[in-house]
Design a protein around this ligand. Structure first.
Ligand code: BV8
Ligand code: ZN
Length: 302
């Protein structure tokens, strides 16, 4: 019965049954993806925002791409650092941080945008399984340098080019406008390797973004702590699957792992394809809340 709840399209009965389960739950797990930050203005990987210039973001997020053209890959990451720093956490980031303060809750985030951290999500209950745009590390085989770095741009050569507005609109009274380098029609300048970020410790190594690229292993300590949360102590009663296409592994595998342990799954997504991919089973009491995570998550975690 679709008794309109406060969120259009979502039955109040579903929200009420979720409230009941949440209240009596001992342990909650969440897997978050790019859809959690969509309302903060950050493009998702596979939506329209997934295309960066002619490149599919996934082809740039690889060690091979970085080896072939570190300048292009650094421009991609420097642009995303810039966008993430300009964005703000939305109400869903804050609602998840609040949940962590009142329940035994672990949030696995595939996002590298730093927004959960800026919503003061307690670090003990936040696992960044794909790293962060704001960690950088040395690529020299023998050097272990790694650092948190929020400098934007990280080096002058990666400054987002600006353009005199009057070139676009002679009547414009603003002067400098950032060029949208994600737009394929904008020519990208080559950034020579010598002008890219280099390691302050070994002084020779090129620095790279501290994210997990496709083909790279996820941080084992992080994976161990998630394994531990799933296999020891109280069982996970509810698994939230928020704003993720559930296509990237092994991250998506945690949904099945939680179900296997008897968790009920609640998918929050704009589309139902992710719901199906998460293997929802309404007979088992799973939920699907279709909508913007920034609206749905605060409502169901109230
Ligand atoms: C590994 C960091 C092995 C970089 C990322 C074939 C089958 C299965 C697996 C594979 C395969 N071939 C290759 C693999 C492995 C590969 C993989 O899974 N590929 C997939 C794509 C086929 N995985 C790996 O390579 C992983 N490593 O397997 O290593 C190994 C083991 C030991 C030793 C050596 C090697 C590493 C994967 C990590 C890759 N790095 N990010 C960067 O960000 O640049 S993943 C990247 O995609 C992002 O982190 C992002 O999190 C992730 C997943 O995307 P989503 O977050 O789900 O975002 P997406 O755009 O897809 O979806 C958004 C969703 O939100 C949509 O459903 C949309 O409907 C919804 N939405 C939109 N708006 C809203 C919304 N929902 C709610 N509200 C809204 N407003
Ligand atoms: Zn170094």
């Amino acid at each position: 019965t679709l008794v309109e709840s406060v969120i259009p399209g979502i039955a109040q009965a579903d929200i009420d049954s979720f409230y009941q389960a949440l209240k009596s739950s001992n342990r909650i797990l969440a897997l978050c993806g790019a859809g959690l930050s969509a309302a903060s203005g950050l493009p998702t990987f596979r939506g329209a925002g997934g295309l960066w210039r002619t490149h599919d973001a996934m082809s740039l997020a690889t060690p091979e791409a970085f080896a072939v053209d570190p300048g292009l890959v650094w421009q991609f990451y420097s642009y995303r650092r810039h966008m993430a720093l300009k964005a703000d956490p939305n109400r869903a980031h804050f609602a998840l941080a609040e949940l962590a303060k009142r329940k035994d809750f672990l949030c696995i985030s595939q996002n590298v945008d730093g927004l959960s951290q800026r919503a003061n999500h307690p670090s003990s209950s936040l696992k960044l399984i794909h790293g962060s745009l704001f960690d950088v590390k040395c690529t020299d085989f023998y050097c272990t340098h790694t650092e948190a770095n929020f400098t934007d741009p990280i080096v002058p050569a990666l400054e987002i080019p600006t353009i005199d507005d009057r070139e676009i609109d002679p009547t414009s009274n603003t002067t400098r406008e950032e060029v949208d380098i994600s737009d394929i029609n904008v020519k990208l300048t080559d950034v020579p390797v010598k002008d890219l970020p280099h390691c302050p410790t070994c002084e020779t190594g090129l620095l790279r973004p501290g994210v997990v690229w496709f083909g790279e292993a996820l941080p084992s300590a992080t994976m161990d702590s998630i394994e531990d949360f799933l296999s020891s102590g109280p069982k996970v009663d509810i698994m939230l699957v928020i704003g993720t296409s559930a296509t990237v592994h092994p991250a998506a595998g945690y949904i099945e792992a939680a179900r296997y342990k008897g968790a009920r799954i609640a998918v929050i997504n704009m589309e139902d394809e992710a719901a199906h991919r998460s293997g929802l089973d309404f007979d088992r009491g799973d939920w699907f809340f279709r909508g913007d995570a920034a609206k749905v998550v605060p409502e169901i975690l109230k």
